[in-house]
Design a protein around this ligand. Sequence first.
Ligand SMILES: Cc1cc2nc3c(=O)[nH]c(=O)nc-3n(C[C@H](O)[C@H](O)[C@H](O)COP(=O)(O)OP(=O)(O)OC[C@H]3O[C@@H](n4cnc5c(N)ncnc54)[C@H](O)[C@@H]3O)c2cc1C
Length: 470
Amino acid sequence: MDNVLTQLRDIVGEPWVLTGADMAGYDRDWTGAYISSPLAVVRPVSTKEVSRIVALAYEHEIPVVAMSGNTGLTGATQTHGGLIIALDRMTKIRSLRPDARVVVLEAGVILAQLHAAAEEHGLIFPMTFGAKGSARIGGMLGTNAGGSNVLKYGNMRDLCLGIEVVLPNGEILDLMTELHKDNSGYDLRDLMIGSEGTLGIITAACLTLVERPLAYATAMIAVPDLGSALRILHRLQKETGGAVEAYEYMPAAYMRAFQELRPELRPTFEQIYAVNILVEMGTTISELAHEQEDGTRPLNQNIEAILAQYLEEGTILDASIAQNETQRQAMWEVREAAAEISLKTTPLVNNDIAVPVDKVGYFIETMDAQIAETWPEAKTMYVAHLGDGNIHYVVWPNVDDDGVKNDIMEAVEDLVAELGGSFSAEHGIGLGKRPSMARRKLSAALNVMRAIKSALDPKNIMNPGKVLPE
Ligand SMILES: Cc1cc2nc3c(=O)[nH]c(=O)nc-3n(C[C@H](O)[C@H](O)[C@H](O)COP(=O)(O)OP(=O)(O)OC[C@H]3O[C@@H](n4cnc5c(N)ncnc54)[C@H](O)[C@@H]3O)c2cc1C
């Protein structure tokens, strides 16, 4: 192995091969639940270097694990004895072409860095979520990340035109197209996206940018129940010309938990409602965004009028509209504390599930009732991207018993399956969801995935032991 370390130092330079205590920070995941003992952490600065590292690992049959921001929530970057290839020095934006609405960038660019670069051109990269200050493009593509505004803009697959990938034998596969239409054979880009570093290492990508909304109207609304919440979303879309970008559900228990977490902040409403929704609408129409003499904008006036009407009819129970950017950010702070709130209590059964959008209410009511009846000691905590049917449904069983945790997980998966849903919506499989993969994924689908994996990675060096069950 000394020989391999020497060769790695030759490839990237002495300072960029970390071993022993220098690997601190790379040797555990964001949750702290998955600890690694890597052979070394290598920090390349170019695609060529990644290619040479992977070729070396292939020759010596050493597992390689791609790591970008290390904010993944499924233990997908854990390794014992493998090489971690950290993309955190590959942070160049190669080009940003406003007219083509594309940005070509390296895999180590942090999401917030991309946001800032797009803003300079009056554009946005529309994906955003709580880990935006740390998650990097390579990992976001590796997991096919979603987030708060998939409702309007889609997930990473929808926002990616091309990628550059280093294959398990070190070969560079250049799929860096900027085309919106390309039906020339199998879609290898979409195969790589979401494969969690098990088929190749993404070193660069070409992503789409969109027009930056000139103004946002952001509100917290309280509605009578989840069924009406979906109808309100459809009505809002109709009455605003499809301007709703985010529609995020938070129940009473979540609002209480946030108050406990951040007692210094004033709660949005004086009372705690059962169904709270953070709704955000954006406009690119200058007449709607134009600030009037009194500081208001027509967009906000429109939303105020719409919500006042809903209040009068009893369609909604309460509403608070952000009057400025500070208030808007404060509303988002409530929603973006979800991972912190859900993961701080242990033991927990963590579910990132998707059901058809009109089944979210049924799922939550049915599951809550079943949990209360079967495990009366347990508590639930959840938030949902209501507009796309993704629920982060966490159960705190109040007892550290693997049998109980497994039974709860299976009960959740049973109902998800019955509703035609998925046991993994946006976080991926990694290690944590492999048992669900074994239980729930169609065996025909698993067989195809295994065939692809062994064709591309015959020595099984790319993030082995992740995604596919034994
Ligand atoms: C506070 C918080 C909020 C979050 N909110 C959301 C959310 O709303 N939506 C959401 O989807 N996720 C969310 N996540 C999860 C996480 O941020 C995403 O999964 C993100 O996409 C991971 O990016 P990363 O750069 O941290 O990847 P990493 O954690 O470094 O890696 C994740 C996976 O991708 C693989 N990978 C990394 N780099 C590459 C590469 N270059 N090529 C190929 N594979 C690679 C890794 O091997 C691993 O399998 C949240 C996490 C936190 C901590």
